[in-house]
Design a binder for this molecule. Structure first.
Ligand SMILES: NC(=O)c1ccc[n+]([C@@H]2O[C@H](COP(=O)([O-])OP(=O)(O)OC[C@H]3O[C@@H](n4cnc5c(N)ncnc54)[C@H](OP(=O)(O)O)[C@@H]3O)[C@@H](O)[C@H]2O)c1
Length: 305
């Protein structure tokens, strides 16, 4: 699945492409599934051109799961035939939505996850781990996630719970039961959040992830009491609020160490990847449209035949 110019979902098309190969420290997989993230739509539309430009043709898909079929120089502990999930090279900004993809960070696929679940897991694990580390999230803290029902939020909530944090998450009311089943205390987002939180977090909120980017940073900083206790992954106004913006490839540590941690939690039944929808490769355009609508409950995934 690739495109040759910036544009709407209609620029996406299935075509023959050159096979990628694993470089040093990398592996190549025969892809079974790849995740769809809002950034796929931002990149495709050209909206991020001022920050990063794409080389065309571009294959979307930042994470994937499949079967290892090539092992690059220097790789140990992974062999051809292993089932894995992981991240495409960050510099490529894609590559997952294809028969073969190169990974630069990966972990064994948990037996308890389907390939669909594993295919959409790595990017959000990387992001959530990076954010929890940046917030120095520790046992006993109360953690607020603004935008908890989406791809990043659902994974961040469970990784935080595994670290011993108490998690409160915002979502629209239709998603409150869903958050409740993840062990997250739900609260409705939007103006007045601090008042609604007061009875839910009587000792206050220690750390906050803004996974929504909907202009709530001023209120989130007031809730945490210190901008240093807030990290956003989605609000480009972060600087104005003294809040850190976390993203891959920005010189901060990666969240790659979270991949084996997450795989181990999954095998112990403590980490699930809720799926909003699964689309076949040829319906990638629809998957991008659904993602861009901004109300995924969990992760959107594409399967590769
Ligand atoms: N910087 C990074 O490294 C990085 C990495 C990954 C993602 N991101 C960005 O982080 C954001 C979240 O990513 P994602 O993959 O989790 O997206 P997603 O799966 O599309 O998130 C959808 C969720 O957002 C919630 N939402 C919509 N409007 C909201 C609002 N006003 N307040 C709070 N929540 C709201 C929705 O809940 P309801 O349906 O209940 O409204 C839905 O569950 C995106 O902007 C993405 O581009 C950044």
């Amino acid at each position: 699945m690739q495109y040759h110019r910036y544009g709407g979902p209609e620029v996406l098309g299935v075509e023959e492409a050159e096979e990628p190969h694993a470089g040093p420290g990398q592996i190549r997989i025969a892809v079974r599934a790849t995740g769809v993230t809002p950034a796929d739509s931002y990149l495709r539309s050209g909206m991020l051109q001022s920050i990063t430009s794409l080389d065309f043709p571009h294959v979307p898909g930042m994470d994937a799961a499949g079967i290892v079929d090539e092992v690059g120089e220097g790789v140990t502990g992974t062999v051809v035939g292993d089932a894995v999930f992981g991240l495409v090279p960050f510099a490529d900004l894609g590559g997952g939505a294809a028969q073969y993809a190169v990974l630069e960070a990966w972990a064994p696929k948990p037996r308890s996850w389907s390939f669909e679940e594993a295919g959409g897991a790595a990017g959000n694990i990387d992001t959530a781990t990076r954010v929890l580390d940046a917030l120095e999230a520790a046992e006993g803290m109360t953690f607020l996630i603004d935008g908890a029902a989406g791809g990043v939020g659902t994974i961040a909530a469970q990784l935080a719970q595994a670290r011993g944090l108490f998690v409160i998450g915002t979502a629209s009311e239709r998603n409150h039961g869903f958050l409740d089943r993840l062990g997250v205390v739900p609260v409705t987002y939007g103006a007045g959040l601090a008042d609604r939180l007061a009875p839910l977090a009587p000792h206050g909120v220690d750390v906050v992830l803004d996974a929504a980017g909907k202009g709530s940073l001023a209120e989130l900083v007031a809730i945490a009491g210190d901008p240093h206790r807030v990290v956003t992954i989605a609000d480009f106004d972060a600087d104005r609020h003294g809040v850190r913006f976390s993203r891959s490839g920005a010189g901060e540590p990666t969240g790659w160490a979270g991949l084996p941690v997450a795989a181990d939690l999954a095998d112990r039944g403590r980490l699930t990847v809720p799926l909003h929808a699964v689309f076949p490769l040829k319906e990638t355009a629809t998957a991008h449209e659904v993602s861009a609508a901004g109300h995924a409950r969990g992760k959107i995934v594409i399967t590769v035949p």
